[in-house]
Design a binder for this molecule. Structure first.
Ligand SMILES: Cc1cc2nc3c(=O)[nH]c(=O)nc-3n(C[C@H](O)[C@H](O)[C@H](O)COP(=O)(O)OP(=O)(O)OC[C@H]3O[C@@H](n4cnc5c(N)ncnc54)[C@H](O)[C@@H]3O)c2cc1C
Length: 387
């Protein structure tokens, strides 16, 4: 829960969401979605009906106005229950809602943003490639102009939710490779286009929407699918590293926070139920201290996450704070979950409890959205440490 900003509107939305999750996302379904790598599309549509996609979208396009703190509160709550739902919520409300608003052409905003609000339109990020991880300026997937169309060739990797997306938000090279940052563009590619092949990757966690290898073989899309249209040509890099990147860092922090909070709640409850040596294990000092420790660290993570969100709501410059938040929260959340797993002993290692899923999911957080090492680079660079 956001310690900085509890408006009546946010509180009402959180109450509605809690009741919704109780009814529509019972634990046995959550476990099944994870086991079967299933994205519950009906739940996603219902979240749109509740108005939850619209909280990133301006009223002009049918939303209730961009509210980053409330968006993070929704991400925290959903990801604490199920990443199959929470991950795809982010891909709609944030990947689609926030990016199109920030860098789309007016025509693209008018066409796509109302669909984010009413149907939960989904974007999948097609940035990483087999040989391209952190160094995104090296992408090799190309788009060439051919009259009124773009022809795309190449391959992407780790494209989360690609199978369920309306469009893959594809980072492509639109000029010579040596120009690196200067000739990248972003194209919206429907995953069911002729020439697109999706192959699901096996992952440890983040199961629901799945993550995919994508190959593009002479895929043709209309020139209108260039993000930003005429102004978007060779403008992919500034689009990628704009304010949207700061928000993406705290989206991951919000996910990590939700997972860590779920682990703390499970360990807290378990410690009171599990009897050893004739008493609940929460009577033992080592367990009590471990629980005090994880609650305190969780509180620190929450303060940082919502503080960053509050800066973004004020449109303040927050690249430094969001990098610190992404670094601290994803690393701390990982340690918190592993500590909670220890409290459950053997039961933290079997599927009867949520803990083993939470462990699998949390391990991705320091990797996604710019790894911890990349955030450390950002922090030193932003603070102008000579190199
Ligand atoms: C479950 C999952 C879902 C994902 N979903 C998506 C998605 O939807 N779309 C998408 O495009 N990508 C996605 N990714 C990819 C993710 O964004 C990349 O993993 C990330 O960009 C890092 O790339 P890499 O893993 O190839 O690591 P690399 O860049 O190869 O780095 C390997 C190691 O070297 C370190 N390193 C690299 N460069 C530096 C440097 N300059 N300084 C210090 N250390 C450095 C890294 O921190 C890391 O420890 C996903 C990944 C996972 C695991």
């Amino acid at each position: 829960m956001n310690p900085y900003h509890e408006s009546d509107h946010t509180q009402m939305l959180q109450d509605t969401l809690s009741r919704f999750m109780e009814k529509e996302m019972p634990n046995e379904h959550v476990q099944e979605w994870d086991r079967e790598c299933h994205f519950p599309e009906d739940i996603h549509k219902k979240l749109a009906e509740l108005g939850l996609m619209g909280i990133t979208v301006d009223e002009k396009y049918g939303g209730s106005g961009r509210d980053i703190q409330t968006t993070i509160a929704v991400i925290e709550a959903l990801c604490g229950r199920s990443l199959a739902v929470g991950g795809m919520y982010i891909q709609s409300a944030c990947y689609a809602g926030l990016n199109i608003a920030e860098v789309g052409s007016e025509r693209q905003k008018e066409e796509l943003l109302p669909k984010v609000v009413s149907e939960g339109l989904i974007l999948a990020y097609g940035f990483s490639e087999p040989d391209v991880g952190a160094d995104l300026a090296s992408v090799r997937t190309t788009a060439k102009r051919n009259g009124d169309t773009l022809i795309i060739n190449g391959s992407k990797r780790f494209c989360s939710g690609a199978k369920h997306a309306d469009y893959i938000y594809t980072l492509v090279r639109t000029g010579p490779e040596e120009d690196r940052y200067k000739n990248l563009s972003i194209v919206l590619v429907p995953p069911d286009s002729t020439g697109v092949t999706l192959t699901q990757q096996e992952t440890l966690g983040l199961k629901g929407g799945g993550t995919f290898d994508v190959s593009f073989d002479d895929v043709e899309v209309p020139i209108e699918n260039l993000v930003g249209e005429a102004e978007g040509w060779n403008r992919g890099w500034p689009m990628l590293v704009g304010p949207g990147l700061d928000i993406e860092k705290i989206e991951v922090a919000g996910m990590a926070l939700g997972i860590a909070a779920a682990a703390v709640n499970e360990a807290w409850a378990y410690s009171q139920d599990r009897i050893q040596f004739g008493r609940p294990i929460c009577h033992f000092q080592s367990v009590r201290h471990a629980l005090a420790d994880v609650q305190t660290r969780l509180h620190a993570c929450r303060l940082m996450t919502y503080h960053s969100a509050s800066l973004l709501d004020r449109n303040a410059t927050a690249s430094l704070e969001t990098s610190m938040t992404k670094l601290f929260v994803s690393d701390e959340a990982k340690d918190i979950v592993l500590k909670c797993q220890e409290i459950l002993g053997a039961y933290g290692y079997v599927k009867d409890f949520n803990m083993e899923r939470l462990v699998r999911d949390i391990l991705a957080m320091p990797i996604l959205g710019g790894s911890s090492a990349i955030q450390k680079n950002n922090i030193c660079n932003l603070m102008k440490l000579p190199k």
